[in-house]
Design a protein around this ligand. Structure first.
Ligand code: C2G
Length: 133
């Protein structure tokens, strides 16, 4: 009997694009239930980011994606260990731009760094739109 596998990933998910969707799809394929810890506007400030869409707007969009089962707030760098334990997470997944940054979670769950999708990013979208003007 295969164990019910819970997966978690973290991110800002601003200006939702197909690179984000591919990450979420692959993360879901690693288990049965996918939690997304979504960076709050305040946490984005800590990450030096200012999202175009508010937390509520980004949350609503993520909740509409078939691969996503639950969206929770990410408001601190230190919440991952607690999240993994409280939510009984089996796998932590994130893009390989974070390679090695979250290996401390290996004491609690599997840690998977996924290859990023080339050719798309929120930054690229903003830059390309600037050039259209
Ligand atoms: N991503 C991807 N391919 C892209 C762009 C993003 O696979 N072309 C992935 C990132 O690797 C990340 C997720 O999509 O796993 C969300 O990307 P961001 O919103 O940029 O997330 P980030 O700011 O890296 O937040 O505590 C961890 C941080 O909150 C991660």
């Amino acid at each position: 009997m295969k164990k019910f596998t819970r997966v978690i990933t973290y991110g800002t998910y601003d200006l939702l694009h197909w690179g984000h969707i591919r990450l979420l799809k692959r993360a879901k394929q690693l288990g049965d239930y996918l939690v997304v810890a979504l960076s709050t506007d305040e946490f984005n400030a800590l990450k030096g980011k200012k999202a175009y869409h508010s937390y509520e707007e980004r949350k609503m969009m993520l909740e509409s994606i078939r691969y996503v089962d639950l969206v929770i707030p990410e408001d601190s760098w230190d919440q991952k260990t607690n999240d993994v334990q409280l939510l009984k997470i089996d796998k932590f997944v994130i893009g390989d731009d974070w390679e090695g940054q979250f290996d401390f979670l290996k004491d609690y769950c599997e840690v998977v760094y996924m290859p990023r999708t080339e050719g798309i990013s929120t930054t690229k979208i903003k830059k390309d739109l600037e050039n259209i003007k």
